[in-house]
Design a protein. Sequence first.
Length: 124
Amino acid sequence: MGFEKCSKEDLLKFKEEFKLTLGWDMTSNPNKMIINNEVIGIIDISPAPEHGDKALQIDSFEVFEKGQGIGSKVFVEVLKDITGGKFEDLYLYSQGQKSKNFWEKQGFKPVDDGTGTEIMHLSI
C-alpha cells in the first residue's frame, strides 16, 4: 500500500465520482491510498501533539467502495505503515454511529478528549 498527496482537483473528481460523504474540501493533508496502482480511498492523518508526542489523529478516512470490507483491509495496511515505535497512540472523532461501529471493530475504544467529547483511541 502506498500514499500520495491528493490534489484539490483529484478531491473534486473523487467526491463526484464516488459520492464521498466527508468534508474533504476542509481537510489539510489529504492523501490517496493506493493498492496495486489503484486509488481505493483517501486519508487525512496528522500528528496529534495535544494527545502526546507519539500520537497521530485520523482527521478523515474514506474508501470508495463501502460495505465490502475494503475499509478494514486498508486500515490494517495503514497500521503497518505507522507502527514501528515512532507512534504509540491513534485518535479520531467518529462521524456517527455507523462510523463508531466500524472503528470499534478495528479495536478503537471511546474515551473523553478532555472536553467532555468522545474521541476514539487505539494504542498502536
